[in-house]
Design a protein around this ligand. Sequence first.
Ligand code: BV8
Ligand code: ZN
Length: 251
Amino acid sequence: MDLSQFQQAVELLRSAQHISVLTGAGVSAESGIPTFRASDGLWEGHAIEEVATPQGYRRNPQLVWDFYHARREKAAQVQPNPGHVALAALEQHWADRFDLITQNVDGLHQRAGNLRVHELHGSLWRSRCTECGDIAAIPADFPRTPTCKLCGGALRPDIVWFGEMLPGDVFRDAEFAAVECDLMLVVGTSAVVYPAAGLIPLAKTSSRANNVVAAHVIEINITPSSASDHVDVGLYGPSGEILPQLLAALN
Ligand code: BV8
Ligand code: ZN
């Protein structure tokens, strides 16, 4: 990692008034959860269209549930890594001037202690009724083929699939956090999925009501991403190492 870039990142953190963080699958990689695109388009052996689209669910709801049951069981077995823990410590410091926007559905940010988490793509830990829309936490004794307790309708994972809208309230909060912040950390994302990736240029170009300084952007990734040309500082290495190093340099 480039030390002058690291020093620049520390200075930006020190002077930040409001921090927003955008995370992707890479922040959970060191916990043992496979990233989305490392598996050349196959996701744990499945084509994306089969398991992460409404068409795939309609075609074979059981296959989709088995895919998400397996990912939920895997997420239950792993622990937040030092990168997750460092992000929770950052929120402790900035409190209500800190927002964590995640594309991840594994719940590891919350398990590490983050409270202000905006889950853009839903959660492995919730179901949604295809009939009455009820959203419920998934219990330990969840059946393989689940039905709604309220109306008996078929349940689906409470996940945003390709071609589906993000939850309006969540995305609005995420946009607000991108506009409000004067520093955005972009951690472990290939930045190819929209509208999530659009939050990065939004942070850079937007200005807060009371001042014209738009946000600086720091990218933390093991390799450059689609966002790299637009970031102010790039720190390339594992986020589970870099985030704790940044935190230590602040203290
Ligand atoms: C929408 C479900 C429209 C949850 C996900 C053509 C047809 C249809 C749609 C589109 C199209 N073209 C564009 C679109 C829009 C589409 C899109 O953006 N497609 C992309 C692929 C081109 N977007 C959508 O469909 C969205 N909805 O547009 O609706 C609409 C409009 C009006 C009305 C109706 C509809 C919905 C997008 C959400 C899709 N759901 N997942 C789940 O099961 O997980 S997205 C999926 O990608 C995952 O959620 C994942 O989080 C997300 C982003 O990927 P990343 O998190 O970045 O993961 P990735 O593996 O790619 O990268 C990992 C990174 O980590 C890498 O950079 C790697 O270097 C780094 N890394 C690895 N290890 C480490 C590390 N970094 C640091 N440390 C490490 N140790
Ligand atoms: Zn129902």
